[in-house]
Design a binder for this molecule. Structure first.
Ligand SMILES: [Zn+2]
Length: 159
């Protein structure tokens, strides 16, 4: 028998909480967003919870980042990796804003084209992809027009 275990994770006074991340994806999101490097630069706290019990998902991950606002690009990364994630903004210890992420129509330089002959894998050209299907997430390279999904979607990790 499994019982629901309520979770607590370091509370932050201001910043953002990324909740409802599919279990196992929090570290990838952190690496693609470069949160580790960011924390080293700013001195702010990042709390990452992995494999928590969830009422809506079976298991989930959660990320809290002190004093961070997500840029549009960062939000897009979260939406690609965790399409049902929710983002909460925390100010003075309270949630002031909460919304679901939205999978974007195109993707910038955060994914690697799987075609090894693609120009992006040989020259300093920033990658660009179109989202041709949101479920399952399917991308098409702007340059070589290769379409790919699932495990072929590899992200550029910053740290
Ligand atoms: Zn390509």
């Amino acid at each position: 028998m499994t019982t629901y275990r309520p979770i607590t994770i370091a509370k932050i006074e201001s910043g953002i909480v990324i909740d409802h991340i599919p279990a196992g994806k929090a570290l990838l999101i952190s690496q693609v967003l470069g949160l580790n490097a960011l924390a080293r630069k700013t001195g702010d706290i990042i709390a990452i919870g992995i494999n928590f019990d969830s009422k809506s998902l079976e298991k989930k991950d959660i990320i809290k980042v002190e004093n961070l606002s997500l840029t549009r690009n960062m939000l897009n990364v979260v939406a690609l990796i965790a399409p049902i994630a929710t983002i909460s903004r925390i100010e003075a210890g309270s949630v002031t804003e909460k919304h679901k992420v939205e999978v974007p129509d195109d993707v910038g330089d955060v994914v690697i084209c799987p075609d090894r002959f693609c120009i992006t894998n040989h020259e300093q050209v920033p990658c660009k992809f179109f989202v041709v299907d949101k479920n399952p997430l399917t991308l098409k390279c702007h340059y070589c027009e290769t379409e790919f999904f699932g495990p072929l979607i590899r992200y550029k990790e910053k740290n």
